[in-house]
Write a protein that binds this ligand. Structure first.
Ligand SMILES: Cc1cc2nc3c(=O)[nH]c(=O)nc-3n(C[C@H](O)[C@H](O)[C@H](O)COP(=O)(O)OP(=O)(O)OC[C@H]3O[C@@H](n4cnc5c(N)ncnc54)[C@H](O)[C@@H]3O)c2cc1C
Length: 486
């Protein structure tokens, strides 16, 4: 048996575990990831990375790696409705979805994790967890033996069937699979003229998007006659092509599948995101029908929320009570994710006149600009605002109810001396940012804030809605506004 001691152990080296581990390492934490697979999976479940996720990547200076490898599309979808969501109206540097296969996302996140010093142990399956007042012990199997890890905290990023979640005694209430869909990553001899296509009628629903590798397309199809086929039944190319022909009238000459799969609408939400020294992030905390392309995005945003808090506590910069805010801030976001994917499931799986009428009603509603914006903000996670964190604000700064907790869009800052810096570039180190307006009274940050905060005198170049007459802003490491002084 090998024995190791780390400050934080992350179980699961999928995208969310890798992101969280990188955030911890950036914050100076000794962190190791234990991943049961020896190699990354070749198939990509997720294809779309939404605007807020691109922003959190930009908050750490990582966005260019992703933008260089993906393709942007200024629209998204809600329940594969014909009226698409218009992301171009969003107030962001990234008013689009990035199409990038999950394999690439994971490769880029692994590259980042290694750069910041994360120890990634592949071929390590965790199977035991015990916690006490000082820490957590993990045990598991690796090739040729077993391993044991002692850590101060453990994060379960081990996906839908999370072992960490069950060993920590966290319940996962929800609903079982009642409807299934088929997916195929295939080559099309006769691709449709438009790159993204969706079609729904009484005969079923189909969506088609390019996979981004220049070769394959992804086809997702749900047909009334096959939507109760169990997940355990493998999909064949004939079954997929037949279902697509029934729905669209052609199978686009599909051949040479790289991946065929069936997925369902099992929907569950962890009752708690924290149990003592154990946390849950990503699919370990929430699963749902993959509608609107949100699971990976919300998981990466969970990781962004927990990372700086846990690093701050580990470095003695914040009280342990800050850790409770992870559940308080992210559990409601998970609940809304569950709610919107259930609503989309209802719209996507009822192939009868009532179901079609409901879709038509939604399509008409989405032509209204404010409705479209509301749904675009929901799917892209721009509607997320947090309550004030349980920290004592430094003297002179306070919570400003109208704006504290809201996400700040990136914007150029005009610094003293005439230079310009982007707001997000000042958060690359994962610290708080104190922005002082030129000519405002100087505000001295006491320890531990001073050791955890980048300070700059600069002027915003654009107004922040709801924020007037400020003299200093303290911005959270995840780009949400913390405290304000006037
Ligand atoms: C068809 C489909 C399409 C999707 N499309 C999108 C999309 O477009 N956009 C989007 O945002 N999301 C999408 N998703 C959802 C997305 O794929 C998941 O939400 C995402 O993979 C979750 O990441 P994760 O790191 O939390 O979990 P996972 O990716 O499941 O990673 C968990 C990791 O933990 C490891 N592990 C498990 N148990 C153990 C153990 N005991 N010990 C050690 N390691 C362990 C696993 O091997 C795995 O590597 C889609 C999902 C499906 C099924």
């Amino acid at each position: 048996m090998t024995r190791e001691q780390v400050e934080v152990a992350v179980v699961g080296g999928g995208p969310v575990g890798l992101m969280l581990a990188s955030e911890l390492a950036l914050g100076g934490v000794k962190v190791a990831v234990y991943e049961r697979r020896k190699e990354r999976v070749a198939q990509s479940r997720a294809l779309s990375v939404h605007p807020r996720t691109l922003e959190i990547l930009a908050l750490r200076g990582l966005e260019q790696r992703f933008l260089a490898r993906g393709k942007s599309l200024s629209t998204g979808h809600y329940a594969a409705l014909d009226t698409r969501l218009d992301f171009s109206v969003l107030d962001t540097t990234f008013p689009y979805s990035l199409f990038i296969p999950q394999t690439l996302t994971e490769a880029l996140l692994e590259e980042r994790a290694r750069e910041v010093g994360v120890a990634l142990h592949r071929g390590h399956r965790v199977s035991g967890l015990w916690q006490d007042a000082e820490g957590v012990r993990l045990e598991g199997e690796r090739e040729g033996g077993t391993f044991q890890v002692r850590a101060r905290y453990v994060v379960g990023a081990d996906g839908a069937r999370s072992v960490v979640r069950s060993l920590a005694g966290i319940s996962f209430p929800g609903t079982d699979v009642t409807t299934t869909q088929m997916l195929g990553d295939v080559i099309l001899a006769e691709p449709p003229p438009r790159p993204v296509m969706s079609h729904t009628s009484l005969s079923g629903g189909a969506m088609l998007v390019p996979l981004g590798d220049g070769v394959h397309h992804r086809i997702v199809v749900v047909s009334p006659g096959r939507q109760h086929v169990p997940l355990s039944e493998p999909v064949t190319l004939e079954e997929l092509a037949g279902a697509v022909r029934e729905v669209v009238g052609t199978d686009f000459g599909m051949h040479s599948p790289a991946w065929l799969s069936r997925f369902g609408n099992e929907t569950r939400h962890a009752s708690r995101y924290r149990e003592g020294r154990v946390f849950l992030v990503g699919d370990a905390a929430h699963i749902h029908m993959p509608a609107g392309g949100q699971g990976l995005n919300v998981g990466l945003q969970d990781a962004m929320n927990l990372g700086w808090k846990l690093a701050g506590v580990m470095r003695g910069l914040a009280p342990t009570s800050l850790l409770d805010s992870y559940h308080h801030e992210r559990h409601p976001v998970g609940a809304r994710l569950i709610q919107n994917t259930l609503s989309q499931t209802a719209l996507m799986t009822h192939f009868n006149p009532a179901g079609m009428a409901l879709r038509d009603t939604f399509c008409a509603l989405l032509t209204q600009p404010h409705v479209n914006r509301m749904f675009a903000e929901q799917i892209s996670a721009f509607d997320v605002a947090y309550p004030p964190p349980p920290l004592t604000a430094p003297e002179g700064l306070k919570v400003e109810p109208a704006v504290s907790g809201t996400r700040l869009a990136d914007q150029p800052l005009r610094c003293e001396g005439g230079a310009t810096r982007s707001l997000y570039s000042l958060l690359h180190e994962g610290k708080w940012l104190l922005l002082r307006r030129p000519a405002s009274a100087r505000l001295e940050l006491p320890a531990p804030w001073s050791g955890w905060t980048t300070q700059l005198t600069a002027e915003l170049s654009r107004e922040v809605p709801g924020l007037d007459a400020w003299s200093s802003l303290l911005v959270r490491p995840d780009g949400h506004l913390g405290y304000v002084s006037h």
